[in-house]
Design a protein around this ligand. Structure first.
Ligand SMILES: *Cc1c(COP(=O)(O)O)cnc(C)c1O
Length: 368
């Protein structure tokens, strides 16, 4: 009996490599509150990602919640139902009304052609997601935002290291939020960051993530505790040394799946844009009606073989109890998202996935 295969497996460097980092923390006795590793890691990430300013967080969700606070967003925010539930939860947590707009069936990202019809006098912002690390139509979204004077906050939890022809996709919008959760391409166990356009915005966000403290006795805002600890930041520094290698391995798996699945009728792989640097964070396939069995039957067949593919994103956010009564959550408003939630299956992809395991996975799809 072969071992179970999960959809992802966190990339851990050899333990010995982490020991010197721990020794440094132990001898400094600075455990958090913007210590040496926190500062180093912010700097190193800016350089690696190709962005000017960024503020580390203890997780991506607090990053989203704080980004909304930093821009004083209220009223209604247009967002996608086809994402991890934290996207919309960050709005509800700020007492903001999410307004769901359908996705583009080809990219699975928020469909810019549907946004304008959802704008009301209460709309203040758009929160799109670079789903699976495939960049949104950032230009079309910015054009609408400019026309209606809306902010744009990208949930960039999947988009670590993704670049278009001109640079990092994280430069778009007013703010972009990353996640370094254990399941993501780049992990600090738990963690996240807000990418900011200028030093002033970063400083404001730095205050917000530290209870609003500016100095020992001055509190300028009702902030939260969103700080990343030294141990997570140190681990991030170590991970950065291995990220290029990990991305190369992911691209190899992605290439294998694409070539092997190409000729299977009823299986469609999601296409990226050709001039983009991708991170291969996920490998979604669409199980279309001309495939012999349904997505859920294929999912079950995988499980019977000990392969834990995931139905990201099913159910849709709009189908969870705190959202489903909203007008914009109705199925007839979200036909493309509904179909995607029924058809997508994310196959295992991670740097150490062996060629034998990749073959096992492809064989399950082929042998129906
Ligand atoms: C993982 C994820 C989040 C949440 O990030 P955490 O670091 O787990 O809080 C938010 N949005 C999307 C799209 C995600 O995939």
């Amino acid at each position: 009996m072969s071992d179970s295969i999960f959809v992802t497996r966190p990339q851990l460097p050899p333990l010995e490599e982490f020991i010197p980092y721990l020794e440094e923390i132990w001898s400094s006795r600075i455990l958090t509150n913007g210590g040496a590793f926190h500062q180093q890691f912010e700097q190193a990430l800016c350089e690696y990602l190709g962005v000017k300013h960024l503020s580390l967080f203890s997780n991506g969700t607090l990053g989203l919640v704080t980004a909304l606070q930093a821009l004083r967003i209220d009223g209604e925010v247009i967002t996608t139902p086809y994402s991890f539930v934290a996207t919309a939860h960050s709005l509800l947590w700020n007492r903001i009304q999410p307004v769901f707009v359908d996705i583009d069936a080809r990219t699975l990202n928020l469909d810019p052609r549907k946004i304008e019809a959802a704008i009301t006098s209460r709309t203040t912002a758009i929160m799109p997601v670079h789903c699976y690390g495939h960049p949104c139509d950032v230009e079309a979204i910015q054009e609408i935002a400019d026309k209606y004077n809306l902010k744009v906050i990208y949930d960039a939890a999947h988009a670590f290291g993704v670049r278009d022809a001109f640079g990092s996709v994280l430069r778009h919008g007013d703010l972009s939020v990353l996640s370094f959760h254990a399941t993501k391409v780049f992990t600090t166990f738990e963690g996240g960051a807000i990418v900011c356009p200028d030093a002033r915005t970063k400083q404001h966000i730095d205050h917000l993530k530290n209870f609003g403290f500016v100095d020992e006795t001055t509190v300028v805002a009702p902030g939260i505790n969103g700080k990343m600890s030294e141990i997570n930041a140190a681990f991030g520094m170590l991970q950065l040394r291995h990220i290029e290698q990990a991305l190369t391995e992911r691209r190899r798996v992605d290439g294998f799946y694409r070539s092997e699945l190409r000729d299977i009728a009823g299986i469609r792989c999601l296409e990226g844009q050709p001039d983009h640097t991708v991170n291969c964070a996920y490998f979604p396939i669409l199980v279309e009606p001309d495939y012999p069995i349904s997505r859920d039957m294929l999912y079950q067949k995988f499980r019977n073989e000990g392969i834990y593919a995931r139905r990201y994103f099913y159910p849709l956010i709009a189908d969870f109890p705190m959202y489903r009564e909203m007008t914009s959550a109705r199925a007839d408003n979200l036909p493309a998202a509904k179909l995607a939630a029924q058809r997508v299956l994310c196959l295992p992809i991670y740097p150490t996935l062996t060629l034998d395991d990749q073959r096992r996975i492809v064989d399950v799809v082929r042998d129906v």
